[in-house]
Write a protein that binds this ligand. Sequence first.
Ligand SMILES: NC(=O)c1ccc[n+]([C@@H]2O[C@H](COP(=O)([O-])OP(=O)(O)OC[C@H]3O[C@@H](n4cnc5c(N)ncnc54)[C@H](OP(=O)(O)O)[C@@H]3O)[C@@H](O)[C@H]2O)c1
Length: 275
Amino acid sequence: MEIDYRAECCKRKDLSGEVVLITGGGRGIGRHLAKEFAKQGAKKVILWGRTEKCLKQTCEEISLEGTECHYFICDVGNREEVYQQAKVVREKVGDVTILVNNAAVVHGKSLMDSDDDALLKSQHVNTLGQFWTTKAFLPRMLELQGGHVVPPPYAFMESLTLGLLDCPGVGCTTVLPFHTNTEMFQGMQVRFPRLFPPLKPEVVAQKTVDAVRSNKAFVYLPWTMHALVILKSFLPQFALEEIHRFSGSYSCMNTFKGAHIGEVHAGEPATSSER
Ligand SMILES: NC(=O)c1ccc[n+]([C@@H]2O[C@H](COP(=O)([O-])OP(=O)(O)OC[C@H]3O[C@@H](n4cnc5c(N)ncnc54)[C@H](OP(=O)(O)O)[C@@H]3O)[C@@H](O)[C@H]2O)c1
């Protein structure tokens, strides 16, 4: 029997039966991801975040385009809230089959300049938050032998990618974008913007949805990031340091003026319960 490997590898997941939950889905890249999943045919889209105004607005836009959309206030850094809201989602909307762990915060300071509480806050959101959301939704995907998780680009992504290799029907895609034009890295200055142009969030969203549909494990954006990944695999440490120095990696955050960590966007009241 002949197997058409090309056709098999290029087959894209049909999203028409998928229930997609995006953390931080109200604004930034998350908002574009939500709209892109809806545009590419997802059955239902669920948004999580802390800023009701943005969640509501994104949800209304998606619903107007004809896709069922729901939003829930949930601080992913708050374990009890994540488990509680996951239960509410299952009861009100159904099983989540694609989980996009997009929510994150950045404070843009060096370790020694960082306030301890800000460091803790970023760990709660960026590291522990994705553990809680993944623990809340992955077991059901494994049970159903169908699902997909998109973790953010931190250490967890590799263990999750490897851990899911032997789980039939459940995939994992990590997207590693460089500087993207959202509020997160406002003020950051790249020395060679022609080589590493700031990405549009809608482009990141489109590439992410495409990667989920074709079950790609890793996506680097822009394409020039591939060169860095390849160089990193064989150049000695001192050469890499020189490249970073020359390209301005060590100083690009000097001009950073992003949002303060832990702030809820645009003056909306924080609704998460106390940890
Ligand atoms: N922008 C870049 O240059 C860049 C580069 C590489 C990777 N990334 C990654 O891309 C993802 C999205 O970043 P972005 O640029 O869209 O940032 P952004 O514009 O600052 O948006 C951050 C999102 O995270 C949500 N969020 C923050 N804390 C939360 C919490 N405790 N609970 C729930 N939601 C929370 C925010 O929603 P609420 O306000 O509703 O809480 C918002 O939707 C992040 O994982 C980031 O690490 C971004």
